[in-house]
Design a binder for this molecule. Structure first.
Ligand code: ZN
Length: 486
């Protein structure tokens, strides 16, 4: 190798060295980017943000911690396209207002934004308020007198246990709906434009005791309806027949059921109407008018909501303890009445916060006319003493057996049972009449509404009469045997 060759070789080596260093630097940069991306994903700045939005939206829907709500898609169009980078409180307020507006409470949404201290300088708030005012102007008044009311009993979780041909199977088949059927019914009603309202959206109870009709304001095409569920007591006789055990508040503050599998495993989940509707409204907020949900009609003789809170569970008075109750005491030697009542109250409070209301279904599931005045008074006193401290006061009376305390004509002041119930604070009365789509009556000092039973019997024997609500053949659970005549 001569000198020149050596120089060329040295230059080549130098080039190689430089190229190697450059390659190293590039590799290092790529590595840094990858590491940074991994850290960001792990810290939740990319994927995690979506979860955060869902979590926050969920907590607004359940009425909790509305202060830290991220703005999801629609709120941006609702308010302004410049939400990104806006201060947290702006996003939180817009999201809360959006939920109110989705549930047709435009006044509430406007008031919420106008109460923000920087409303006068915040164009996002002002734009949102403008759009809500416009939407409110397009609402149509729906007369209370035309509102339909449907009701269910406890939902069947396991059809193989409910329809097992024991002595209760025919009754479950006639009077109950399965979870599969219920989910289809609610989805179909939502698709038709039905919106769940409270009976209190239909009337105003004035201070002097008079009751006046009130319109419901909804967008064109939306149809208000009242939902109720009877006998949410999880009676002892239903044990082991494929129904939920009780309602509870889970670790996220959501209302759920417990359900015992055949092998004894107790699960927590959506095993009855209340948590199913709560979940549905979380996904479809516009199914609920102003956040209102259904009316839960309760008896008290075996407690409420699956809790054994009646007097007899406290006193264990020999003459009053039924066979079922004795079996319950035998199976639950550690039963503590006070903690049972405290848990029931916690669930009832959480349900009210979620938009549910309670009604008396009479303490003893009585037909007042058959029972007579004296028994009605005793029954109501038991309701006041053992149920009201848990569920709180209610002015709704949902008669058991679809009974009533008068015929179709107005209740009159010489109707002793009406006068008594009115004196006990009841203003809204419900019977059952599935022969028409709706029946509402306003007296001077009460509202009365007929309800339509949604159950195996009505679905199999009167499917056509339900066609304004849903298509029975689409909802029908194929595991349901032929429904016997009543
Ligand atoms: Zn009942």
């Amino acid at each position: 190798m001569d000198a020149q060759e050596r120089i060329i070789e040295q230059r080549k080596a130098k080039h190689k060295k430089t190229a190697f260093i450059i390659k190293c630097i590039i590799a290092l940069i790529v590595l840094c980017i990858v590491v940074l991306a991994v850290i960001l994903i792990k810290a939740g700045f990319i994927d995690g943000q979506v979860d955060e939005t869902i979590r926050n939206t969920k907590s607004t829907l359940t009425g909790k911690s509305a202060d830290h709500v991220a703005v999801s898609g629609e709120a941006v169009t609702e308010g302004s396209s410049e939400t990104e980078g806006a201060p947290d409180h702006t996003q939180a307020a817009l999201a809360s207002a959006k939920l109110l507006a989705q549930q047709y409470d435009y006044d509430g949404a406007i008031a919420l934004l106008e109460a923000e201290s920087d409303f006068n300088t915040n164009t996002q708030f002002q734009n949102a308020v403008g759009s809500y005012r416009e939407k409110k102007q397009n609402l149509k008044a729906y007369p209370a007198g035309q509102v339909t009311h449907i009701f269910f009993h406890s939902l069947i979780v396991d059809t193989s246990l409910a329809f097992d041909a024991d002595e209760d199977a025919d009754g479950y088949n006639q009077y109950m709906v399965t979870i599969r059927e219920f989910n289809s019914i609610i989805q179909q009603m939502y698709d038709k434009g039905y919106v769940m309202i409270s009976p209190h959206d239909m009337c105003t109870v004035n201070e002097d005791g008079t009751v006046t009709a009130k319109d419901i304001y909804l967008p064109d095409g939306k149809i208000p309806f009242v939902l109720s569920q009877d006998d949410v007591s999880y009676y002892h006789y239903m044990d082991g027949d494929g129904f939920a055990q009780k309602l509870i508040v889970d670790e996220n503050g959501e209302i759920k059921n417990t359900y015992a599998e055949a092998d004894g495993t107790v699960r927590t989940g959506d095993y009855d109407l209340v948590p199913l509707v709560d979940d549905f409204v979380r996904e479809h907020p516009d199914f609920s008018y102003h956040g209102h949900k259904g009316v839960i009609a309760l008896t008290g003789y075996e407690g409420v909501l699956g809790y054994r809170t009646d007097e007899v569970y406290k006193t264990r008075e020999a003459g009053r303890v039924t066979e079922y109750q004795q079996k319950f005491f035998d199976n639950n030697p550690d039963f503590d009445f006070d903690s049972e009542a405290a848990q029931a109250k916690q669930v009832a409070d959480a349900m009210k916060a979620e938009g549910w209301e309670f009604a008396s279904h009479t303490w003893g599931h009585i037909d007042p006319v058959n029972a007579g005045y004296d028994k009605v008074v005793t029954d109501t006193e038991r309701y006041k003493t053992w149920m009201e401290p848990i569920i709180g006061p209610t002015d709704i009376l949902i008669f058991a057996f679809g009974a009533d305390i008068g015929d179709w004509q107005n209740y009159s002041s010489d109707n002793q049972l009406f006068t008594y119930y009115k004196s006990q604070g009841f203003n809204i009365f419900c019977n059952v009449d599935s022969s028409r789509t709706n029946w509402v009556q306003f007296g001077d000092n009460y509202m009365r509404q007929a309800r339509r039973n949604i159950d195996g019997y009505s679905m199999s024997h009167r499917a056509d009469s339900l066609s304004d609500l849903f298509n029975v053949s689409e909802a029908w659970d194929s595991s349901r045997p032929q429904v016997p005549d009543l």
